[in-house]
Write a protein that binds this ligand. Sequence first.
Ligand code: AHR
Length: 410
Amino acid sequence: MNMMNAINAIAIITVITAAGMKKMRVRGMGGARVRGVRVARPFALLLICGGLFLLALSLVSCGGGAAEQSPGADAGQAGQTEKAGQAEQAPGSGAASADGAGSADGSGPLDGADGGLIVVGFSQVGAESDWRVANTKSMKAALSEANGFKLILTDAQQKQENQLAAIREFIAQKVDYIVLAPVTEQGWDETLKEAKAADIPVILVDRMIQTSDDSLYTCWVGSDFRKEGETAVAWIKEAFSGKDRLVIVHLQGSLGSSAQIGRTEGLDAGLGANAAWELAVRESADFTQVRGKEVMDRILKQFGRIDVVYCENDNMAFGAMDAMDEARRSYGVHGETAIVSFDATRKGLEATLAGKINYNIECNPLHGPRVAQIIRQLENGAVPGKLAYVDETAFDAATITQGEIDARDY
Ligand code: AHR
């Protein structure tokens, strides 16, 4: 029996008892009757009034009691309690910094008007590399329900048509935000115009798009791929200074992607500026280890001397090393061919520490908290910067430490 039922029962018993008392005393009157009536009537009236008050109180409260008993109402109540809890937490967690953004790591619940979840449709490129897997993990962790988001994640399997279809589906679903990691730079305008017409902000992550209308996306966060390429070229220049001939093999990422374009531009600038550098061959291996091996298998059959293999990500470098192992060609710090790679994932750094990769340029995949932060800003009416480049570094086999690998999150 809960509190309201108890009050209800007490009220009813009190009223009945008081009424009974009054009757009894009135019935047995006589000489004593006057005294009895004089003494008992106010007491009985008091009991009746008190009982009626308790009865009224219990009736007023009985709506809650009834809802509790209904499974549906129970569920509704539980939901409301949870939402109220979220709304209460939000201002505090609103870890809301001065600029209206949430906590720096993107954690903590959001303060949606009704405490509801913010629906985010994320079109991911695929799962072609360790970097990409780490990126997906970061997005899932930051855009979690515990943090106030409902994430709809789609894997495009490295096909732009799948991303275009996913965006249209997000629009049909009326999501609150669209997050796009574009597989390629070209060909987005028409679909993003539809998102704009539906008034859904589009946040670009990792790679960029080429468009004549910047208003088709709200903002972008990702890597400076050209700078990554330039960092690699600066190392090659230093490591091979004084050589009168440098034969370079270039394994490219997915053609048309920002990561490929920027890293290739960096190398092209190096080739243009260094007369001794010679591009033996360049071919795309789509950022995957399997393709990296396939392509390198063929290249090794064609070329004897290779001084540098410039691999546009770690997984293609692993594939190239697999091919070189099979072909019994030496590589790395103590080999005939230097390996330059991008991403600096944990496995990539382990290969660097082992001296298999000579130089590894970081590409940071931990965009989840950054995207969550951007959404917080937008939710709070702040305007995030249009373009945000993440800080990145590079690792040389000659100086990398185990501590740097241990500190790696991915
Ligand atoms: O766009 C980032 C690149 O895409 C990473 O270098 C690569 O590993 C990924 O697939």
